[in-house]
Write a protein that binds this ligand. Structure first.
Ligand code: TYD
Length: 206
């Protein structure tokens, strides 16, 4: 199984992902957890370029290609081998983030980003994606004091990010769920687990 958690910064993604991974392990899954961008040596180096505060100009298209390059390495080095061994992969962010942050919010064409990413990932798509959704003012209030390069883009950018996630989700009704992440963390987690059981049963019956 291949699960992805995604959503606007500050939606509580990391907390939910951690609770989910713990539950999966208790259920007997052999879980591999990773972050995109990151979780490979190359990915971590690219992540530092993308998120670090520096003066090097990076165009939106170059930014899109860098996120995508980190992802290519992650698929090749970690995710593809894990899936081949029958492990359960839980990934923090994936293609949706690029389509939304660099596409919907960053003005690149979403279809181009999908095309590049299909090639970059050899079309490895998740069995399920959970999009954690909160209004931007709540999301922003949850971020720490020191914002990274992406988090510094301001509320208007993040409104486009949030709407982008909602729009993209509608295109994938069978594999993508939008979760209201304004609620109590345990309630959110309980919804995610119920959905996960549905996806796991679906795969078992295939
Ligand atoms: P995230 O993975 O949420 O890390 P942290 O929780 O440690 O801040 O953040 C990565 C940032 O990069 C986040 O602002 C979203 C952004 N991003 C993109 O703009 N495009 C992408 O393709 C990906 C994967 C992330």
């Amino acid at each position: 199984m291949f699960f992805v958690f995604d959503g606007v910064d500050g939606a509580g993604k990391s907390t939910q992902l951690e609770m989910f991974v713990q539950w999966l392990a208790e259920q007997g899954h052999d879980v591999v957890t990773c972050s995109d961008p990151g979780s490979t040596e190359l990915g971590e180096q690219i992540r530092a370029i993308l998120l670090g505060k520096h003066e090097t100009p990076i165009s939106m298209r170059a930014e899109m290609m860098l996120f995508t390059t980190a992802r290519t390495q992650l698929i090749q080095q970690v995710i593809k081998p894990a899936l081949a061994l029958g492990q359960t992969v839980v990934l923090d962010r994936y293609i949706f983030s690029t389509v939304v942050y660099q596409g919907h919010a960053g003005d690149l064409a979403s279809d181009d980003i999908w095309s590049v990413n299909r090639i970059a990932t050899e079309n490895h798509l998740p069995d399920a994606t959970f999009i954690l959704d909160v209004p931007v003012d709540i999301a922003m209030s949850r971020l720490g004091k020191t914002l990274d390069r992406m988090e510094s883009r301001g509320n208007e950018y993040f409104e486009r990010v949030r709407n982008g996630f909602l729009l993209e989700s509608e295109r994938w009704p069978d594999t993508v769920d939008v979760i209201d992440a304004t609620r109590d963390p345990n309630e959110i987690q309980s919804d995610i687990r119920k959905l996960a059981i549905k996806y796991i049963n679906r795969q078992a019956s295939n």
